[in-house]
Design a protein around this ligand. Structure first.
Ligand SMILES: O=C(O)CCC(=O)C(=O)O
Length: 250
């Protein structure tokens, strides 16, 4: 799928997200799904603790999240760097970018939890918040199995207050989410395989639980930071240590 850079940048700047349906063709999405399956079979055994986790750690079929796929497999590195994905990231942020991680998100049927409302920038700890996240559907996603929902224009209103959640992988959520404005501006994005969503690091978003009995909800995430974004390293290290401790307890 081709896109007009000026048009997508205009709506990204205004809304805080863009939706590119059919960004990957069915064939490309098929290849990606097979690469993921192979990655799960071959790489999880060598992955570092904290780079993958399960809804139920005693049940491998409940794999929920993986991160840093590009560090374990060059195929995912070439997907993310000097690619159609990084080209869009540079267009939207208006500067050269670095890919920080390639992730995988699943919500297993019945037990796949909701993603709490949050702003990715709260986790990134950047100044300025020149960063974005891409979310690519690997299979049909709707209200029943947990589609992504954005609060339109929320990236222009600063960082909201976050606090601990009980959700592994998304330990921080917006404490006062659900204001009249949140409700009025929320837009849900049911998606088909190969559809791409991109959101700014300050855009508030969430996703529902997987309430289906028999459908998974698989997606990829790619995070890019603009070259002007600088990390508060000490704050980040303290935060990562805290997260690691919390994961050990699960
Ligand atoms: O897949 C999800 O449920 C949410 C993903 C997300 O919050 C993100 O990519 O920032």
């Amino acid at each position: 799928m081709s896109f007009a850079p000026a048009a997508v940048k205009g709506s990204f700047d205004r809304d805080g997200y863009i939706y590119l349906p059919g960004f990957l063709s069915p064939e490309e999405t098929g290849v990606l799904n097979r690469k993921i399956e192979r990655f799960i079979a071959e790489r999880i055994p060598v992955m570092k603790a904290g780079h993958y986790f399960y809804e139920d750690k005693n049940d491998p079929s409940t794999l929920k999240q993986m991160q840093d796929l590009e560090k374990y497999d060059d195929w995912f590195l070439s997907m993310a760097v000097n690619s159609r994905f990084s080209e869009i990231a540079e267009t939207l942020l208006g500067e050269p970018v670095t890919c920080k991680t390639v992730e995988y998100f699943n919500k297993p049927p019945v037990i796949g939890k909701a993603t709490p409302p949050h702003q990715d920038g709260y986790y990134f700890m950047l100044q300025p918040q020149q960063a974005l996240t891409m979310w690519l559907a690997l299979e049909p996603v709707d209200e029943e199995n947990g589609c992504v929902k954005y609060i339109r224009g929320s990236h222009l209103k600063g960082m909201r207050s976050h606090g601990r959640t009980a959700t592994l992988g998304f330990s921080q959520g917006i404490v006062d989410f659900g204001t009249a404005e949140d409700q009025a501006e929320e837009v849900a994005f049911p998606s088909q395989p190969g559809d791409l969503l991109v959101h700014h690091s300050l855009t508030i978003h969430r996703a529902g639980a997987n309430t289906t009995a028999d459908r998974t909800r698989k997606a990829m995430g790619l995070i890019y930071w603009g070259e002007s974004a600088k990390e508060d390293k000490e704050a980040k290290e303290r935060y990562m240590e805290q997260l690691a401790k919390e994961r050990e307890k699960v």
